[in-house]
Design a protein around this ligand. Structure first.
Ligand SMILES: [Zn+2]
Ligand SMILES: [Zn+2]
Length: 185
């Protein structure tokens, strides 16, 4: 199992892709992942694993890459603030075509879709993995789709406790209740 000190360092030299393709397993230390996100609320406790297969299309300059990324974060639920695990499981697939002369040196920025990238002397597989990893993360982490969150009045965790605070009522129902009250008088 290969190790890297930066995911961006994962590069492939097209000339080294043989008939059978190229396959590799890479272990990425928690500290390396930490540097990408630089987020105190995302803790990485165990290494991420990257597995890739790169193949050249027959009689063509087109190179196809399949990449699996697996790992786990520890973070906090944004509804109930409880600790939670967030599993990262990415199955990426992209083609690489030879870059045209007018393209810049920053070939990852020349991508027009996540499915087609470009190469010259080397393929920047790592840069692609980093950008897809960043894009895959949600805006908010929720521990479970039916997390009840905290009571907005007393702050109790409604997943484990129930409180006596009044439930917020629908304003339409409040009007109806007021109307009934009037009729009764
Ligand atoms: Zn929650
Ligand atoms: Zn309450």
């Amino acid at each position: 199992m290969e190790k890297v000190s930066r995911i961006e360092d994962i590069k492939i030299i097209p000339d080294t892709i043989g008939e059978a393709g190229l396959e590799k397993d890479i272990s990425v230390a928690p500290g390396v992942i930490d540097k990408i996100f630089n987020n105190e609320d995302l803790k990485i406790e165990s290494p991420f694993s990257i597995h890739y297969v790169v193949e050249r299309e027959k009689d063509s300059e087109k190179i196809h890459a399949r990449i699996d990324v697996a790992g786990e974060f520890t973070t906090f639920c944004s509804r109930c603030l409880g600790p939670m695990k967030y599993e990262v499981l990415l199955h990426l697939s992209t083609d690489y075509l030879p870059a045209s002369p007018e393209m810049s040196e920053r070939l990852e920025e020349e991508r027009i879709s996540s499915e087609t990238g470009y190469y010259r002397r080397s393929i920047s597989l790592g840069e692609y993995i980093v950008s897809e990893l960043v894009l895959s993360l949600p805006m908010r982490y929720i521990c479970s789709p039916d997390c009840k969150g905290l009571c907005s009045h007393c702050g109790l965790n409604l997943n484990t406790e129930s409180c006596m605070c009044e439930k917020p009522t629908d304003p339409r129902l409040q009007k109806l209740a007021a109307l009934k009250e009037k009729i009764r008088r």
